[in-house]
Design a protein around this ligand. Structure first.
Ligand code: ADP
Length: 602
């Protein structure tokens, strides 16, 4: 089903929609309507077909008044062919009405193919862009805002296109047909329409608008109430513990009555404005009736045409006021086009094109007088860091919080680039490398293990396609997970729950280590979790870490004594520079910064 629908909604020139959509944004930067039009390129014919079917589906609305008028006229004039006429008209109308079902279906199918294509394409373009944007962009941007762009803004753009194209088309067709028929039949009535329509539509819009405003005020009050209810429910344990039940009920009751009063007032206002609007509309109808009745009396028009003009007048007035009420939807949609553009046009991306492909990594790093400053910060976080790491070496980074250890890890991953100085990988400046090709040789174990909802197996083999069972179990053994997995009834297929919520902290860390191991990386970046663990978990994790690091260049931000002891060398980082480096034994004997740090902790 997915595949066949994907086949159906292809973008022009055969390129994938996400690339095409980003191009549309770039080409028409700052012109939302042009952007919107270009999104549908290659799909205009679907819209035309939709229009065609719309025209047929909708035709009874225009034809019915003509047929009614002509029947009345025949009745009035005592036409002898009346019965035949009635039968032909009746059959024609029934046929036309029945045609509504398939044509309505076809109209929706074509329209929906175009709009769903644009919707999916935009979402895909946004998702690809999010994967390309730099990590600093993601740190600076709230994920909720990005999510709302992908879901809400795209939906608003879809609504905008549907409205822009189809509602306006619908309105234009309705008004157009009614006016054309009127002009042909009677210029006097046409001028009557021309004068009265704006007044009638304007007043109706005015009253509708007032009601809408009141509605939104009431909605806000309701939202406030539901927020209060939520808060009350969350507070229940505290309320009960303090025996404040009655006070809470009183407080809520006050809010509920306040809403009820607002609702009552709203009902009254609504009914008042509703009936005023309705009465005005009907008065104009009566006006039209009297006017056309008079014209018929004076024989300017046929008697039956009174009903025709009556229904056309109603159509025109309703459609014009519909146009006015479209304005907010259009404004919202245009705003959403801009909002999506903020992401699609951002150039805060990692540029890898044309850079050196990394075919093999030995794992030697050298930091050569590296400075680094976060883009909105006033001071450097790294201040001339010099550090040589040999291939296969495990280096523990220690130092006070805020010293710059995580920043060093981010430079190793390539999320950030040195502001000054160089980071060399096997003698090559990392600025010259295609970082994606380098990262095939890298594994990261973050401080808080990030698992996704799925099975343990899915979480371990994340991103690796062909993993033999033999290799999988080797990794599981190395990560000390066998016992855990075998104790679970569904074994490897056990679901870990959202964010791995069904596993303990220590278990999540080991799954995270297994995920790193299965990549068989050359370089490992490990930010040790600070959370205290019981001694059994501690031991299991320590063994897993040792298995992970063996023979691979490893950077660890270390908190555990066992990790620090086992590291080949320890680098003490202070204020963004290297203060001391050496083995555990050497540093302890030196009685320098590391020794003092240790003394403080023990
Ligand atoms: P450590 O890992 O040693 O605790 P970090 O490398 O995380 O230290 O941080 C070093 C300094 O950089 C801290 O003062 C921190 O506030 C600052 N910092 C970290 N991340 C950012 C960021 N994204 N933007 C601005 N400043 C940051």
């Amino acid at each position: 089903m997915h595949a066949s629908f994907e086949e159906k909604i292809k973008s022009p020139r055969g390129i994938s929609p996400e690339i095409w959509f980003t191009e549309c944004y770039q080409r028409h930067r700052g012109h939302p309507l042009l952007i919107l039009a270009s999104l549908y390129k290659g799909y205009y014919h679907k819209f035309l077909l939709a229009v065609f079917f719309f025209f047929i589906k909708h035709s009874p609305v225009w034809i019915l008044p003509i047929v009614t008028a002509s029947i009345i006229n025949d009745v009035v004039s005592g036409d002898e062919n009346l019965v035949r006429h009635l039968m032909v008209s009746g059959c024609l109308m029934v046929a036309l009405l029945l045609l509504n079902i398939p044509t309505n279906y076809a109209y929706t199918a074509f329209k929906s193919q175009a709009t769903r294509y644009a919707e999916t394409g935009l979402r895909k373009a946004l998702i690809r862009k999010l994967q390309e944007l730099s990590i600093s962009y993601h740190i600076d941007t709230q994920s909720g805002r990005l999510q709302s762009k992908i879901m809400r803004d795209v939906e608003a753009v879809e609504t905008l296109s549907t409205q822009m194209f189809l509602s306006i088309l619908n309105i234009a067709l309705n008004i157009g047909v009614a006016l054309v028929v009127t002009v042909q039949k009677s210029m006097v009535v046409f001028f009557f329409f021309l004068v009265t329509t704006p007044i009638a539509a304007g007043t109706m819009w005015f009253f509708r608008n007032v009601m809408k405003k009141r509605n939104s005020e009431f909605r806000k009050e309701m939202e406030e109430t539901s927020a209060r209810v939520m808060e009350m429910v969350e507070m229940i344990p505290v309320t009960r513990a303090h025996a404040l039940e009655d006070e809470e009920v009183e407080k809520m009751s006050g809010q509920l009555f306040a809403v009820a009063e607002k609702g009552y007032k709203l009902d009254l206002v609504q009914t008042l404005f509703g009936s005023v609007g309705w009465v005005i509309f009907q008065i104009f109808q009566v006006l039209c009736l009297c006017f056309t009745g008079y014209l018929a009396y004076r024989k300017y028009i046929a008697a039956g045409d009174i009903t025709l003009y009556q229904s056309y007048f109603a159509t025109i007035v309703n459609q014009v006021s519909a146009i006015i009420s479209l304005v907010p939807t259009i404004a919202k949609g245009v705003e959403s086009v801009h909002s999506i553009g903020e992401v699609l046009l951002s150039d805060d991306v990692e540029r890898n094109e044309g850079k050196l492909q990394v075919e093999d990594v030995r794992g030697g790093f050298s930091f050569d007088c590296v400075h680094f400053r976060y883009h909105d910060a006033e001071q450097d976080v790294l201040n001339g860091l010099d550090l040589e790491v040999r291939p296969g070496e495990t280096i523990a980074l220690v130092g006070e919080s805020g010293a710059g250890k995580s920043t060093i890890l981010n430079l190793v991953v390539g999320f950030y680039r040195a502001t000054a100085g160089k980071v060399l990988l096997d003698g090559q400046d990392m600025n010259d490398l295609d970082l994606r090709s380098y990262r095939r040789f890298l594994a990261v174990v973050p401080q808080t293990s990030i698992l996704f909802s799925g099975s343990i197996r899915d979480n371990i083999i994340y991103g690796q396609e062909h993993v033999s069972d033999e290799k999988l179990w080797q990794v599981i053994d190395a990560a000390n997970l066998r016992e855990l997995i075998e104790s679970m009834p569904q074994g490897l297929d056990t679901q870990v729950g959202e964010h791995g919520g069904k596993l303990s902290g220590g278990q999540r860390q080991r799954v995270s280590i297994a995920r790193a191991l299965i990549r068989d990386p050359r370089v490992i970046v490990l930010d040790e979790a600070t959370s205290a663990l019981d001694s059994v978990s501690e031991k299991l994790i320590q063994e897993a870490i040792e298995n992970l690091c063996r023979g691979r260049t490893t950077f660890i931000v270390a908190h555990r004594l066992s990790t620090i002891r086992n590291a080949d060398r320890i680098a003490v980082i202070s204020e963004g520079a290297l203060e001391e480096i050496g083995t555990y034994k050497e540093l302890m004997e030196m009685k320098g910064a590391f020794y003092h740090l240790k003394m403080l902790q023990s």
